[in-house]
Write a protein that binds this ligand. Sequence first.
Ligand SMILES: C[S@@+](CC[C@H](N)C(=O)[O-])C[C@H]1O[C@@H](n2cnc3c(N)ncnc32)[C@H](O)[C@@H]1O
Length: 207
Amino acid sequence: MTPPRRTPVEAIDLAQRVAEYRHDTEFEATVRAQPFRFRATWGLFSPREVDEGTAMLLDAVEVAPDADCFDLGCGYGAIGLTLARLAPQGETWMVDRDFVAVDYAQRNAEANRVTNARALLSNGFDAVPADRRFDLVASNLPAKVGNELLTLLIADAHAHLNPGGRLVVVTISGMRRFIERTFEEVFGNYEKAKQGRQHTVGIATRV
Ligand SMILES: C[S@@+](CC[C@H](N)C(=O)[O-])C[C@H]1O[C@@H](n2cnc3c(N)ncnc32)[C@H](O)[C@@H]1O
């Protein structure tokens, strides 16, 4: 059977949408009084605006001006670039296992003139030297990677924190109990910093 033919109008509409989707998304956001202009692309997490959970984490996080920070799963860089601005005397690393995310995070650092942040392709902490420590690890944790990888990421975050350093994560609220249990197991402590309808921000401190 011959497949139904698209009308010329339908074909033009599709071509226009495809052409449109090839363009970067671009938006302005003010986070912790820091103005940014972000670029992202389809397939990256929350490419049209700073995600609600990410904004909740950034509202809750305390950061010293000289803190060395680490954004675990940086996407286009919303968390890492905000931390880098809040800690201008420290250095911020942003990692993601998606090379497209790393590319956009690095370009967003340059476009927003954030010179104390760098983006790196890394599966968790795998590309980070074993002796590199940070004062703050922050993450909007990926929700669908499984408890095994999440446990690894939390244990590795602990290993890469200075004493007194903190791991701050936001998750969908359904993951809250798992995060609480795992933080207690790995760090020996857990603090719920913020609880919204959909997201929870949890903190653990390396003793
Ligand atoms: C929920 S998104 C958060 C993105 C960004 N931080 C934000 O707040 O907009 C989680 C990110 O973690 C990344 N990711 C997933 N598994 C990872 C892993 N094993 N190592 C590094 N990054 C990972 C994903 O590619 C994704 O960009």
